[in-house]
Design a protein around this ligand. Structure first.
Ligand SMILES: NC(=O)c1ccc[n+]([C@@H]2O[C@H](COP(=O)([O-])OP(=O)(O)OC[C@H]3O[C@@H](n4cnc5c(N)ncnc54)[C@H](O)[C@@H]3O)[C@@H](O)[C@H]2O)c1
Length: 333
């Protein structure tokens, strides 16, 4: 059985759906702080609880035959992390340590961890590979890097077998329209622009039009959430093939598209797909926003044999638009 922490959240719920569709036994642990009960399909066991609760973790590991953990649960708003770092260190770092300690105590060694491109900080190359320097520029990125260090130390000392997946920007939604992104407040560009198209928001702010990029706006790397989840399944498979009895293992992989899309390109694509106009308000550049943030994904492709299926912005936006329309209907009822 696979324990998915944060399985009621955006990415976690798509992961649970993928695992269930391949007939894997799944147990979800989620405190519903940012996740949604409805995102976990009927028939999947959801434990509403908190990673801060060490007794609960001990009970789950003794009660269920858990062989691996996919760990999504965290807080992930960069802006909020600047204002309330304690909240981030506590939930991301301390609670991950609770999870790891419970795993080690129970003899569960395999872990896939949701890391982030924010561990790199400002890019020194056009495409960031895993050997890029790690100098995060906000508390969110620093908590994720602290966890990565913890995983490496636990692998060396206690035989943990872990993979950190450094995601760039997750985007899109379940192509069947059942699941999607539902953050409150929303901070991600694609759902924000779609909310303008659907009328749930009046305008989108574009920060900086004078970057050294083809249209002057920032370029970012977007990866479809379904492709992201397939990469987790492949990373777990890779981990299980790579481990030798009792030995610790730690590896990191970037997950992205390998291509950059500009803010204006996203807005234009939303306009083309929805047929709706999107009102744009031009703002000054924001501090700490680099012109280009794009992943080098060679390692994931070569080592995991992973290949994205929905690599076009149009596909991500089409799926996310169907989900946004579901959200509008939900709001209207
Ligand atoms: N969305 C992205 O683009 C992106 C990019 C890079 C990394 N990540 C990482 O991926 C992971 C998932 O991101 P998401 O966008 O799905 O976020 P999300 O907020 O939708 O999901 C996180 C889930 O974890 C749960 N949770 C939080 N703290 C918990 C706790 N202490 N105990 C139990 N459950 C808890 C929340 O209720 C929520 O369901 C996070 O770790 C995030 O840092 C996301």
């Amino acid at each position: 059985m696979i324990l998915v922490t944060g399985g009621a959240g955006y990415i976690g719920s798509h992961m649970v759906a993928l695992l269930s569709s391949s007939l894997q036994q799944v147990l979800v642990l989620d405190n519903l702080s940012t996740g949604h009960r409805q995102a976990v399909a009927d028939g999947v066991r959801l434990v509403v609880g908190d990673l801060a609760d060490r007794d609960l973790l001990a009970r789950l590991f003794s009660q269920f035959d858990i062989t691996a953990v996919i760990h999504f649960a965290a807080f992930s708003q960069v802006g909020e992390s600047n204002i309330e770092p304690a909240k981030y260190y506590c939930n991301n770092v301390t609670n991950t340590q609770n999870l790891l300690d419970s795993m080690i105590k129970a003899g569960v060694k395999q872990l896939i961890f949701s890391s982030t491109a924010a561990v790199y900080g400002l890019p020194l190359k056009a495409k960031i590979d895993e050997s890029h320097s790690l100098v995060p520029i906000n508390p969110y990125g620093r908590t994720k890097l602290a966890i990565e260090w913890m995983l490496e130390d636990y692998a060396n000392a206690y035989g943990l077998q872990a993979v950190s997946l450094r995601y760039f920007n997750a985007a899109g939604a379940d192509p069947n329209g059942i699941l999607g992104e539902r953050h409150e407040p929303e901070t991600h560009l694609i759902p924000l622009v779609l909310q303008v198209a659907s009328g749930r928001r009046t305008h989108i702010k574009v920060f900086g039009h004078d970057y050294h990029t083809p249209d002057g706006t920032c370029l970012r790397d977007y990866i479809h959430v379904v492709d992201l989840c397939h990469a987790h399944a492949q990373a777990l498979q890779w981990l299980q093939n790579a481990i030798s009895a009792g030995k610790g293992l730690y590896e990191v992989f970037n997950l992205g598209n390998g291509a950059g899309f500009s803010v204006l390109q996203v807005i234009e694509t939303v306009h083309n797909i929805t047929g709706r106009s999107v009102s744009v308000v031009a703002e000054q550049r924001r501090l700490g926003d680099p012109a280009v943030l794009v992943a080098n994904i060679d390692k994931a492709q070569q080592w995991l044999g992973w290949q994205g299926q929905y690599i076009h912005l149009e596909q991500m936006i089409t799926h996310a638009w169907a989900w946004e329309q579901t959200m509008c209907q939900l709001q209207a009822t």
